[in-house]
Write a protein that binds this ligand. Structure first.
Ligand code: SF4
Ligand code: MG
Length: 326
């Protein structure tokens, strides 16, 4: 069994609000899973739950999370802290929020080797410079003495990646890692992540950009209103989405390789978690919706190819896309 991370029926609540409502996912060793959806879909909350870094008001209220068979929800706080960095690491859209503005980046990376590996000051500094060079920071020895604000956005993201990978974790969660970067720098960061994938790093990449997903992940989960509405391999899902929401995301994504005739981007906004629509939560925005969708909640169900869709009319969506598609 190649499963590294297993999340089953995860539910996360903010008080009475369910931000994540029964999400299951698997990351195989050395593989990359993408979680896709608009902001507010629960994708970041899902990953923060995996990291044990949920905001104070949020709570896991159901389901399980295991890493190599070990239940993360049952770990003591200090055990979980050890795991973060050593086994699991995370990078964010905004590296500045994760870096200390008043310490040099070399010091911040070296600190990890001192604290976690008991390295001497000199050895830790040397390893920090190596870590910076490995992620492609030119003149790493000189730049180690610079402060976070003295780097460009792309270089800061490289520093975040260097810090995240310093202790050689097995799983990296990347939450919108290239969203704040221009296209050229974005391509460089994705290349860097792909190099690490080839070296065996497993990843969860969270993105609203289907082009980024296509270039990094093997499998994908599409989230809407706190639930998975479609899952499968990237090849299958991109070739023929089995949920109207996925079709709409593709139409809205200029960088997705597929462009589809006859499909318009989705109108409207994601629902308010405090007032979810009845039946299928997507029905007010769905071009395929009918009466049944207002009353009956569609379960996530397996389709013959092994993928899954939470749409009553998944077969019809597949057939529609085949006739309307480019
Ligand atoms: Fe649209 Fe109905 Fe399918 Fe929901 S169940 S995605 S409303 S067709
Ligand atoms: Mg987010």
């Amino acid at each position: 069994d190649g499963a590294l991370l297993e999340v089953s029926e995860l539910a996360v609540a903010f008080g009475d609000l369910r931000a994540v409502r029964g999400v299951s996912l698997t990351v195989e060793k050395g593989q990359t899973l993408a979680i896709v959806g608009e902001s507010g879909s629960g994708k970041s909350i899902t990953s923060l739950a995996v990291m044990g870094l949920l905001p104070a008001q949020a709570k896991v209220v159901g389901g399980g999370i295991t890493l190599d068979g070990v239940s993360l929800l049952d770990l003591a706080p200090d055990e979980l802290r050890r795991l973060r960095g050593e086994e699991l690491a995370m990078i964010f859209q905004d590296p500045l929020s994760a870096l200390n503005p008043s310490l040099t980046v070399g010091y911040q990376i070296a600190e990890m080797f001192r604290r976690r590996r008991g390295a001497s000051r000199a050895a830790a500094n040397e390893r920090a410079v190596e870590a910076m060079a490995e992620v492609g920071i030119p003149d790493a020895a000189g730049r180690a003495r610079s402060y976070p604000h003295e780097f460009s956005g792309g270089m800061r993201q490289r520093i975040m990646i260097a810090m995240a990978l310093a202790l050689e974790p097995r799983l990296l969660i990347a939450d919108e890692p290239t969203t704040a970067l221009d296209v050229t720098v974005q391509a460089q960061i994705l290349r860097l992540l792909r190099e690490r994938q080839r070296a065996g790093l497993a990843m969860i990449i969270i993105s609203h950009d289907l082009g980024v997903v296509a270039r990094t992940a093997q499998s994908v989960i599409v989230m809407y209103a706190g639930q998975a509405v479609e899952s499968g391999t990237v090849a299958e899902v991109y070739d023929a989405p089995a949920h109207p929401y996925t079709l709409g995301l593709m139409a809205a994504s200029p960088s997705a390789r597929t462009s589809r005739r006859g499909i318009r981007p989705i109108d409207g906004n994601p629902p308010d978690q405090a007032a979810l629509p009845t039946g299928c939560a997507f029905h007010p925005r769905c071009p395929f919706a009918r009466e049944r969708c207002r009353t009956e909640t569609p379960p996530l169900r397996r389709l013959p190819s092994g993928r899954a869709s939470a749409c009553h009319f998944a077969e019809e969506v597949l057939a529609h896309d085949r006739t309307a598609g480019a």
